[in-house]
Design a protein around this ligand. Structure first.
Ligand code: ZN
Length: 481
């Protein structure tokens, strides 16, 4: 017997639709989308039965009704950049906690980076992780494979066996491939196989130079108790700490961030040049500086106008919720340390405009959970899956007048297109991966409530608007709040 579910009394929202309506799911796909006020169970069910009759499936179909009163139904979010820390660092996160966090954040699909222990450098390892993730029965996971074998920056022979249907993305995330010739070789293989090369653009030598300054800042933060965990009580209050210490933190972070800015700008330029040469699809991870945004804009212009470029050259890019919400100088906290660092307000403002005009294609969390000990020792990054929607809804829709459809495009439709998935839209034939949200609910971030093991977040104690209330995956309800 097939299962059909009718979600009625909903607001339907995707990149091109914002309307009251109902959705009929059969098995794991969207079968029909009805626009209009279907507030009563009876009307809605008549409608569903007429479609089932049309399909000749009324007899062998069990219909369930789901009243979505007060909720917005939107395609499940897709995250092209998460760290599940599995295998090897399960004290930070594991597949169970990570996929629960993804589901609680409204994510139907996540793309997991390979900077694990060991590094994921083969089709076999990646398929093993994907099958373990699938057995959990929550968010769908694609595992990324490293560009160079074991992140050693030398050998790319492991790429020869990859199949893009299972492994759509390769990346050295967390670092960059130092050798331009190895990067070019990896990109050429990616071009042949139709793989996306996700680039963490950071010149390693400049990154190294930034470390002592960051360490100084970290030591002062520790000394004056700007702790890593960021429990609600420990929120930063500038009146409580010595002004001189804050100035020293600022000074050191500014020096570190200047070097890390140059590291991102130069590495992005190199990686775009190599991708043009290789004719591959380059995806710029966590773009954060004004210069990088200009480079992406120009490269997209070249793609559209320069006939001498190979057809295979494609450039897409992502922004993280934290780079579009926060400014570095306002967050002198251990928990806010991240790579690339939180930037200046002018970078942040341009980033928002680039999301608006399409220079940036998607929002990715760079969910990077750590233990408190690792965070206190300066590990960059923090948990992001469970705050992403609310942060983006607050900053983009509420504060910057983005249409809700645009946010849906950035979080669902565009990442689905880039990854080549029949997801991300409320459309007949598309996967019934659906997120239920209340875009007007205010809440205060309390990391103790996170499913993720990573409790450090720069949004601790922030009031945000927009809450994920439920998730359907392949037509099955897997999460409800
Ligand atoms: Zn990265």
């Amino acid at each position: 017997m097939t299962k059909a579910t009718l979600i009625f009394n909903a607001r339907l929202l995707d990149e091109s639709m914002d309307t009251p309506g109902a959705l009929l799911i059969i098995d794991s796909d969207i079968r029909a989308v009805f626009q209009g006020y279907f507030t009563s169970q009876e009307t809605a069910s008549v409608l569903a039965h007429s479609v089932l009759a049309e399909d000749g499936r009324e007899q062998d179909c069990k219909l369930e009704l789901y009243d979505a009163r007060g909720l917005t139904v939107t395609p499940a979010f897709i995250d092209m950049h998460v760290h599940m820390r599995y295998p090897g660092q399960t004290q930070k996160e594991d597949l169970q906690s990570g996929l629960h966090a993804a589901a609680a954040g409204g994510y139907g699909t996540v793309v997991a980076m390979p900077n694990t222990k060991p590094v994921v450098s083969s089709m076999e390892q990646a398929l093993q992780i994907e099958s373990e993730a699938a057995a959990i029965g929550l968010t769908n996971l694609f595992q990324v494979v490293s560009i160079s074998k074991d992140f050693e920056g030398k050998d790319t022979s492991h790429l020869d066996e990859l199949d893009r249907h299972y492994i759509p993305v390769i990346s050295e995330d967390g670092r960059d491939v130092i050798s331009s010739s190895v990067m070019l070789e990896g990109m050429k293989k990616a071009a042949e196989k139709g793989l996306i090369v996700s680039c963490h653009c950071e010149d390693l030598a400049l990154g190294e130079q930034a470390k002592p300054f960051r360490q100084n800042a970290l030591n002062i933060m520790k000394a004056i108790g700007l702790n890593a965990w960021g429990s609600s009580e420990a929120n930063y209050n500038p009146d409580d700490v010595e002004q001189a210490a804050i100035e020293q933190i600022d000074l050191n972070l500014t020096k570190a961030n200047e070097l890390l800015r140059l590291a991102e700008d130069t590495a992005t330029a190199r990686n775009i040049l190599l991708a043009k040469q290789a004719g591959c699809h380059i995806h710029i991870a966590h773009a954060s500086t004004k210069n990088v945004l200009e480079q992406i804009y120009n490269a997209k212009y070249d793609k559209a106008n320069d006939d001498s470029l190979p057809d295979g050259f494609v450039i897409t890019a992502e922004a993280t919720p934290h780079h579009l919400a926060l400014v570095g100088t306002e967050e002198p906290l251990i928990r806010a340390l991240v790579n690339p660092p939180l930037r200046a307000d002018e970078d942040r403002e341009l980033l928002i405009e680039c999301l608006r005009d399409g220079t940036i294609d998607v929002i990715s969390t760079d969910h990077a959970p750590h233990t408190m000990e690792d965070k206190e020792a300066g590990s960059p990054g923090f948990t992001g899956l469970e705050t992403a929607y609310a942060v983006c809804n607050t900053v983009l829709v509420k504060q910057n007048n983005f249409a809700p459809q645009k946010l849906s495009q950035l979080m669902s439709a565009n990442p689905a297109r880039i990854l080549g998935l029949t997801k991300g839209l409320l459309k007949t034939g598309y996967s019934a991966d659906l997120t239920l949200v209340d875009p007007d609910e205010d809440w205060i971030v309390d990391s103790r409530m996170f499913c993720s093991k990573g409790k450090a977040t720069p949004f601790e104690g922030h009031e945000l608007t927009g809450k994920v209330k439920g998730l359907f995956l392949n037509g099955r309800k897997v999460f409800e709040r």
